[in-house]
Design a protein. Structure first.
Lengths: 338, 106
């Protein structure tokens, strides 16, 4: 079990700045995120799109913002726990005990939920039958490409993941790439490679087609797809790979006994505490009168929540407000040389 | 004020007034219309405000941009008349617009 002063759920910009705000007042934290890296929506949804409303930074991309924040929190040596989702949370005396889907257990008097709109998960195929074969013949990511050797594979999607895997798997397999429209949005050079493979007969491209049914009882044997003009076509398939990006799901947070209002958590704006003592919510996931879903609002919310964490983490000490420019304590915490 | 009609996948109609200049997505959220999630808040990054625009209105609203089509690839069961409602801005010309929400958004 990992014990700390505060556990932050979500490593997006708001969660990252909360690490900083906890750090400068001398609190330790652990940060947990379901993705494989920091940045949250900034990195998953718009890594290359410019953001224009970060104070004193006229323009930066989601990736640049994330990198800047990571650099800013580096002195505090917070531990990041990626690729895992917090499943359970329970109270034990004055502490909260958190358990992730990887079985890791954390304990802290404070939990800061900076979960954005929830955890990112792959968007699944709409057909009900898809559930039956998920994990055996239908996949939303590739863990082991060896299983596909010499098999018939249908790949759905029009972005880089779909194109990249079509190329990769076409080396050893019969690949059909199916997309709802004729335009692909993946990188131009990948697309031209895919088109080349199509000419060579290594990849069959089917556009504009949508999936209409999955065939097979115990095992999937094939699929039926429908052209925009209504024509149906059957394709034999041993495997389906589907790449329709990520969606955000509130997930287990909804089961923790917190007040929830339309997928957001109401908070007190003095401390950003939820209805549970010691559990705070900041960033897009919190709500209060006048709430703006801006990164800058998340920063402010984290600053206040961090101060509120102090009392529970160090009940016998007095919190004293200090400026980063003048405080020797803060300079020590930042590891500055005298 | 322009009136916008939101129809659920099973045919339930809700007609509400939406301020000119707001998006069809914002009109839905302000009026507690079911079936539009709008997870990303209108930054065209999530495809959970996906709607089907009735055929007779398709020609009257501004055409989609590439980025919107790219995002619609991710939507739940996109069709030819699919749009992201955050990208349809309400104006007097759109008074009477009808949009249908999909069975689900994710």
């Amino acid at each position: 079990m990992i014990k700390t002063d505060a556990i932050i759920i979500g490593a997006g910009p708001t969660g990252l700045f909360a690490v900083h705000q906890l750090g400068i007042i001398g609190l330790k934290c652990e940060i947990i995120d379901n993705l494989d890296r920091a940045g949250g929506q900034c990195i998953e949804l718009y890594p290359d799109k410019p953001i224009y409303d970060i104070p004193a930074i006229p323009e930066c991309t989601g990736e640049e913002l994330t990198n800047g924040l990571l650099k800013q929190v580096a002195p505090f040596k917070a531990n990041f726990h990626f690729n895992q989702r917090v499943e359970e949370i329970k109270q034990e005396n004055n502490s909260w005990i958190l358990k992730t889907n990887k079985g890791n257990i954390f304990s802290a008097p404070n939990v800061i939920i900076a979960g954005g709109v929830g955890s990112f998960e792959p968007r699944k195929l709409a057909l009900k039958e898809a559930e039956k074969f998920e994990g055996s013949q239908i996949f939303y990511s590739v863990a082991n490409k060896k299983i596909f050797q010499n098999k018939k594979i249908s790949i759905f999607g029009g972005g880089d993941s779909a194109l990249d895997w079509a190329l990769e798997l076409s080396k050893t397999n019969q690949v059909t790439l199916i997309h709802r429209r004729s335009e692909f949005r993946g990188a131009a050079h990948t697309l031209s490679e895919v088109k080349q493979k199509e000419k060579e007969g290594k990849i069959l491209i089917k556009t504009p087609y949508n999936l209409t049914s999955i065939e097979g009882d115990k095992a999937m044997t094939g699929i039926e797809i429908k052209h925009e003009d209504g024509k149906l076509e059957k394709i034999k398939a041993d495997y389906i790979l589907s790449f329709f990006g990520l969606i955000m799901k509130l997930g287990p947070i909804a089961e923790w006994g917190l007040n929830i209002d339309k997928k957001t958590i109401p908070v007190n704006t003095e401390t950003f505490q939820t209805n549970k003592e010691g559990i705070f919510a900041i960033g897009d996931i919190c709500t209060y009168p006048g709430k703006l879903k801006l990164i800058l609002s998340g920063f402010h919310e984290g600053a206040l929540a961090a101060r509120a964490c102090f009392k529970r983490a160090k009940p016998n000490e007095t919190y004293k407000f200090e400026f980063t420019t003048a405080s020797k304590n803060i300079h020590d915490r930042l590891g500055l040389k005298k | 004020m322009p009136k916008i009609t939101y129809i659920t996948h099973d045919g339930e109609k809700n007609t509400v007034e939406v301020l000119t200049g707001l998006s069809v997505m914002e009109g839905a959220l302000q009026n507690n219309i079911k079936g539009i999630d709008a997870d990303c808040g209108g930054s065209m990054a999530c495809a959970t405000c996906h709607v089907y625009v009735s055929e007779n209105w398709l020609g009257k609203i501004e055409k989609t941009h590439d980025a919107e089509q790219d995002m619609l690839d991710m939507a739940y069961e996109p069709k030819k008349n699919s749009r992201l409602s955050c990208q349809i801005i309400v104006s007097d010309d759109l008074d009477g617009l009808e949009v249908t929400t999909p069975i689900k958004q994710t």
